[in-house]
Each structure stands twice: as C-alpha cells, then as structure tokens.
Ligand binder design. Structure first.
Ligand code: CP
Length: 333
C-alpha cells in the first residue's frame, strides 16, 4: 500500500482484511515489525488523537516518528504559489514537504479545508497539491473532505460492538457548535457507514444539507454494499429504530465561506444538542459516536457522554489500532 487517502480506494475484502489485521496486532503485539522505519508527520492544523495515536502506533510496531507543525519553533511556512517571500515566512511548503518526507519511509499529512471555495474543498485541492510534492507512501490524516483514519477506526468500533451491517440503522446527525466546522468528518462518515452496508440517514436542519457530491458518493457505496442513504430534518423519523447516532457539526454549504450567513442560520439551532429524549424511539441500546474533540453541553449532554451509550473513547483508541494495520501494510512490505 502506497496511499491511504480514501476508503473508496479499497475493496470491501481489503477493508475487512485491514480491520482484521488491526484486531490481530492489538491482541498479538509485534514490537519489532517496523524496526528501523520512520514515519514523518506533518500537521498543518491542530490535533490530539491523530498526533498521539500515530506516534503510539509506530512505537508499538518498533518504528519511530517525528512531528512537524507550524506551532513548533520552525521557520514560518508559506503555502501560496508565485509569492515574493519578503514577509515573515522564511520557508515555502514546496521545499518543506519533500525535505520532511525525505527523512522518513512514509509521511502523514493533515491539511484542513481552507473553506473559501466549496468546489476546491470537494476536490481536496490543498491536500492533492501537498501530496504531489512527495513520492513516499502517504497517509491522509484529515484533509478538506476526508478523514479515512477516523472512518477505519469507526468501522472497527462498530464491528467490535457487533453492530449489524445490512439492516443496521446509522444516523449521522448535525449538531450545534458555535463555529462553522469543516465537512471532512461528515463526508467520510456518511460514506463509511454506507460502504459498511448500513441504512444511513443524514439528519440535518434546513440549510445544512451535505453537498450533492458527498451524498452521491455515499449512495454509490450503499449500492455496492446493499445499504441505503437518505436525509431528513425530522429527528423522530431519523431516530426510529436507530442502532447508532453519530453527531457532528459542519458548516452550512448554502453559505460556504460566508461566516455571517452561516451564523445567521446556526444561531437558531442551539437545541441541536444530543440528549436522552433524542433516543425515545431508537433501539434501547442505541450508541452515541463522535470523532472528538467534542464540546460538552453544546454538541451533546454530559449524561450521554458519561453514560453507557457513548463509545467515543473506544473510537479514539481504535484510531491507534486501525493505524497500526495501515502502517504495517504500508511499511512492512
Ligand atoms: N478525531 C480526530 O481526528 O481528533 P484530533 O483532531 O484530535 O486528531
């Protein structure tokens, strides 16, 4: 494997095999498997889980890693093309990426959406430009429109819980957040659940529809796997018989890149905070998922996060386990 960028690049058998390998490596540690291997980690945006889980995964497999981010004492990074660099930035990303990549056997890159232009972000333009600067094996650690590591971990988390594939009811719900957040996690999640063969409902208020390209990709995955994809703004309808609700906030695509327009819509939606009444007509053991970080009392009530429905810590731990499988396949040969 030379690229881990999108679950859509893999067959269902390959994904099952990766998840099986993740479980195997967790139960049967191989602390020398990647001896002498180095993973370069470039974070152009903040992280807790991705940063820590990749480093822990490499150590558990006997390899090493290093992290570069703009917050460290590196030279100021410039990413614009054709710029005269007479300001604060002393280093261009066009040199920085190949240099960082040259120190490792594979590179992970995190580059969030710029959220100026929806078409650019749907095409993952920024990540593609960074990817073109290196020819070592590459891992997408969250880009404008994808978060494959999170999706693989979430798939494994549902497998661990024996959550049904065909016939499993998965609700991806928009939740309130004071800021307009990127589309990467909702886009990756709706695709992942559809590819897993589940009946997926996107629950979102008016104005927060996911882009048609995202829904089309999820529908194609559902067709492949025997699942289905629908959307509604009716909470009761969405939650009927649900096995899991995955909460996430995202920006309004109707007002993409327009903070004022987005705020005008979202300020009326503070009651989109997941709480026990949401589960009234769901399966009694309906689970709560979230990629983290999550704002308590804003996105979800404390009693849900602290109660038996929540599997957010399991999801976060599975980040490390799933990434061990990706690194093993990428670096062991
Ligand atoms: N879920 C996730 O990617 O978390 P971080 O942003 O902390 O890495």
């Amino acid at each position: 494997m030379r690229l881990f960028d999108d679950l859509a690049d893999f067959s269902l058998a390959e994904l099952d095999s990766l998840i099986e390998l993740a479980g195997h490596l967790d139960r049967n540690p191989e602390p020398r498997a990647l001896e002498g291997k180095v993973l370069s980690l470039l974070f152009l945006n903040p992280s807790l889980r991705t940063l820590a889980s990749f480093q822990a995964a490499m150590v558990r497999l006997g390899g090493g890693s290093f992290v570069i981010s703009p917050e460290m004492s590196i030279h100021g990074l410039e990413s614009r093309d054709g710029i005269v660099m007479d300001g604060a930035a002393a280093e261009h990303i066009r040199e920085a990426v190949p240099v960082i990549a040259s120190y490792g056997d594979a590179i992970g890159v995190r580059a969030f959406a710029e959220r100026d232009n929806l078409e650019d972000d749907l095409a993952d333009r920024r990540f593609r430009e960074l990817a073109a600067l290196t020819d070592v094996p590459l891992i997408n650690m969250e880009s404008a429109i994808n978060h494959p590591c999170q999706s693989l971990a979430d798939w494994k988390t549902m497998d661990d819980l024996a959550m049904p594939k065909q016939g499993g009811r998965f609700v991806l719900s928009w939740a309130y957040h004071p800021l307009a957040l990127p589309l990467a996690v909702p886009a990756a999640t709706v695709h992942m659940a559809a590819l897993r063969g589940m009946d997926v409902t996107v629950l979102r208020p008016d104005g927060f529809e996911l882009p048609e390209a995202v829904m089309d990709k999820a529908r194609a995955a559902a067709e492949l796997s025997g699942g289905s994809v629908s959307e509604t703004d009716d909470r009761r309808e969405a939650m009927d018989g649900a096995h899991v609700i995955y909460a996430k906030s995202w920006s309004s695509t109707r007002h993409y890149g327009d903070q004022l327009g987005d705020q005008g819509l979202r300020q009326e939606l503070v009651d989109w905070c997941v709480d026990e009444p949401w589960f009234e007509n769901a399966k009694p053991d309906c689970r709560f998922m979230h990629c983290l970080p999550v704002r308590r009392g804003v996105v979800v009530a404390d009693r849900i996060l602290d109660g038996p429905r929540s599997v957010v810590i399991e999801e976060a731990r599975n980040r490390m386990v799933a990434q061990m499988a990706v690194l093993y396949r990428m670096l062991k040969g």
